[in-house]
Write a protein that binds this ligand. Structure first.
Ligand code: COI
Length: 363
């Protein structure tokens, strides 16, 4: 029987997934297709604040057709993972960083900011309740999806006075299917992702909606992900459809586009910058032009490139394609720096390496 010590009210799910079925689902969960038995919900109303916090059976919502999110897209989300530790325990990775970013995203979308403590309590309690859903296979984890949307009814364009915050959990394996050693990316010339002053550094659903046509174009062109250039000069590499990007040079240094309002401040991005510097590598947060990328790949000055994110972890980029571009990076496979950083990150997250920076939140 599950016990919860929290201000979140616990309501037993009358029909939890049988253990044998759960074990079968955990064998090969894919990404974002399998969900656990419970979810967190917390409501907000102006004048009343946050209330009605609970963990209960995961299930559908019912909302009025004029609910604000359905018209004006006032919605934000987060992504973070819980990992199984060698001693059988469970841990979250840097959840404080997600809690802080959730506040920043809410502020940009004129939504009520969820207190960071409440965010942390909600993800920790959901993992405690669902700990049997954390897969133990290498590279697998329990992906948590906190999100919040505007629930007030009305068609006037203004910030909603009511919100619903929710967290669901999904056991996941690798984000990219097929387990290819490197992905191919498509340079979007038609579309951009974010303009200065826009919502590029907020984690809102609208950014991802706006990326879908470009992502679909990438898929049509036989690529796994789209890469966006900046909206002003159409020259500087910003990020991929749903992940940040790093470049590795023949002198052993790394470079990643700087955060300047149009780039999503990834927790994995930040962690890799720190880990690379710990390993003695030089990391620059500086703009990198698409033409330079092509020239450096051709000359061999650029030896690797990789995408990173909570979902993607570290995914090497083997080839870049576009209407005006087509080039291979290194030998087109995974490079040693990406592999080393990925291993260093996963070793900390899975409790195999010392957690020197206090990134693990043991549950
Ligand atoms: C992440 O959690 O890494 C994300 O940004 C969302 C992803 C599924 C693209």
């Amino acid at each position: 029987h599950i016990r919860v010590e929290t201000s979140l009210r616990f309501e037993q799910n009358p029909n939890p997934t049988p253990a044998t079925e759960r074990e079968a689902l955990l064998q090969n969960p894919g990404f974002g297709r399998v969900f656990t038995d419970y979810m967190v919900t917390i409501r907000y109303a102006e004048g009343r604040g946050w209330h009605d916090a609970k963990i209960a059976a995961r299930g559908p919502f019912q909302h009025d057709p004029a609910c604000v999110v359905l018209h004006y897209a006032q919605e934000i989300f987060e992504g973070l993972k819980a990992y199984r530790l060698p001693d059988g325990g469970a841990t979250l990775f840097r959840p404080e960083a997600n809690a802080r970013r959730f506040v920043n995203s809410a502020t940009r979308l004129a939504m009520a900011p969820l207190p960071e403590e409440l965010f942390l309590e909600s993800v920790r309690e959901l993992v405690r309740v669902e700990r049997d859903w954390i897969p133990s296979a290498d590279g697998a984890s329990l992906y948590l999806r906190p999100f919040m949307f505007a629930t007030e009814v009305g068609l006037g364009v203004r910030p909603s006075s009511e919100y619903l915050y929710c967290v669901t959990a999904s056991p996941v394996g690798a984000y990219f299917k097929g387990g290819a050693s490197a992905v191919t990316i498509w340079v979007s010339e038609t579309y951009t992702r974010a303009a200065p002053g826009g919502t590029g550094d907020a984690k809102c659903g609208g950014n991802y909606a706006a990326s879908l046509a470009a992502q679909a174009e990438a898929i049509r062109e036989g690529c796994e992900q789209v890469v966006f250039l900046d909206a002003v000069e159409r020259r500087w590499v910003e990020e991929l459809g749903g992940m940040n990007v790093f470049f590795v040079f023949d002198d052993g240094s790394l470079q990643t586009p700087p955060l300047g309002g149009t780039i999503l401040p990834g927790v994995t991005r930040d962690s890799l910058i720190t880990l690379a510097r710990d390993l003695g590598l030089t990391v620059r947060e500086e703009p990198y032009a698409i033409d330079q990328w092509r020239a450096d790949a051709a000359s061999g000055r650029l030896t690797e490139a990789f995408a990173c994110g909570t979902a993607a972890v570290v995914s090497p980029i083997g080839q870049v394609k576009g209407r005006e571009h087509s080039f291979t990076i290194g030998d087109g496979g995974a490079g040693p720096v990406a592999s080393r950083l990925k291993a260093a990150l996963l070793d900390i997250q899975n409790g195999r390496a010392p957690d020197k920076r206090g990134w693990l939140d043991r549950l």
